[in-house]
Design a protein around this ligand. Sequence first.
Ligand code: UTP
Ligand code: MG
Length: 619
Amino acid sequence: MNAVQDNFDIKATLAGSRLVGLWRLMHGFRLPYFGAVTSLGAAAVSKTGTYLLLRVLADRLLPALQGNPSANPVMALLPWIAAGFVFLAVFEGGFTYISGRLAAYTAEGIARRLRNYLFDHIQRLPFSYLDKMQTGELIQRSTSDVDAMRRFFADQAIGVGRILLLFIVNFTAILNLDTTLGLASVIVIPVIVLVSIFFFRRVTKAYESYQEQDAVLSTTLQENLAGVRVVKAFARQDFERNKFEKDNHRKFVLGRRLLLMHSTFWPLSDIICGAQMLGGFVLAAIFAIDGRITVGTYLAYHGLVVWLIWPMRNLGRLIVQASTGLVSYGRVMEIVRQDREPLEEGKLQASLHLRGEIAFENVGFHYDQGAEVLEDITFTCQPGQSVALLGSTGSGKTSLVNLLPRFYEYSTGKILLDGVELNQYSRKFLRSQIGIVEQEPFLFSRSLRENITYGVGRAVSQQEIEQAAKVAAIHDIILSFPDGYDTLIGEKGVTLSGGQKQRVAIARTLLKDPRILILDDATSSVDTETEAAIRQALKQLMVGRTSFIIAHRIQSVMHADLILVLDQGRIVEQGTHDELLARGKIYPQIHDLQTRIESELEQEIASAERRISSTEQAK
Ligand code: UTP
Ligand code: MG
């Protein structure tokens, strides 16, 4: 298969039982699968043929040659018999090889398709699900669990076919040699099956808890790597190490239990099968002594019975091992079962020209099962206006703006965009029109150019990129890097400061050219002067577009057309800067406090400067 992703819908394979689900997952790979099984079957037949040829040699040719080896016409047949043995061996080897190739193609192909699907699926799941699910858990399921399923297809699914074929071929061959002998050779089958099912159940449970613990470990590792700065800053290495060691020890205990189960099962099944084989040998020997079967038949039986018992023994193994594939299947399908965010859903998705008039009418919102985060939010803003949100931490500012691109759905009230309720627009359309600079912007470990052009689905000229970077006041900084716009960020490149990251994120959003712009505390890590410069540049750029600005500094919000003061999920005051100063309560307080602090700071700086200059003069 080429590298193009096939569009097989894995979700459609979900069925009642896990085995049926796995079978459906094999869609498109059943031909190579059967090819692999048939090749193994052909290899098995040639092995059986070897023993049957041995029987011909022992029963027909050797007695004819006894006492009269030379000038015997039978002698001429011997090279042919030898050639037959060689041919059968080559035949067997060839088919085993073909089978291996086809099995690898099947298992790797299914796993590759599943991984592609999961990657795509996970990034299409709604925030409400991703918020709850731990990253480590998702990583573990998309890697380790998919791998367990790959092993299932590579070993167990092919193995079952092989074992059944081997069993059928060899059992038929033995029955043909002697019916009683044949039937007596398989009496342990029920015992093996029962023992296998018993272990299957136990291993399933044990493996489940093992994988769960593995996911805990992945999460711990992932979180600690992401939060390594916090760990270092608080000097919590020892605490974290102990925590990890504890989790790791639990995984060790669970893994040991799992292995112990396997290692109890193997000898047990070996003993049962060994006893069966021994019984068969003894019976065959008695038959041979009685003259009921020939020596050649005895020899052939000797070889064949090994290949009859082997499948029985391995079927047990396989059943027990298959439990891991089945558990992983369940874990992976738990993610697959989740509904994706319907990006296209919504009547209005044509190339509308948004004006950007936004009205909130008694909007209420809460996360999943939580308490109300926003209550009774009502305000209107005209196209091209700027709305500023001010409020203490946790007052619901981010939650409010996250409703606009339909990251979350509001629970009560109405939001109207250009007079039409928001849920009439498709999410895809809304997101193409709204640009957000997140509170904690994330940049990819790619070049600055790739990061800035990330959201634009077309070729962008260097001029456009530079224009956006200039507005975001990051252009000069980028030029100061040796590779300019091609500088890599992150692991293999430069590490940006918080403010620089924010500015790259602003440039990225500006280049998207959105009708509605949301800046969520986007200039919090930028100094006042740069912020003023960015604000000034944005002002020209945002003409005719609606913008939402979340900020904590009065200076950042005072020029907005509408200021909303939020407290505990409610709008407590709204109006322009002057209106709020005249009749507000909280806003004037914040204003006074901030201006007082600032003027005190300015005085401090001025007096410090005076002191410095006077000491310099004194020198
Ligand atoms: P916000 O994240 O909307 O607050 O959370 P905010 O005003 O933007 O705060 P700052 O200034 O950035 O700090 C509002 C409430 O919603 C809850 C939070 O616990 C908070 O009480 N919340 C937030 C959730 O329950 N789930 C989330 O995913 C996010
Ligand atoms: Mg916030």
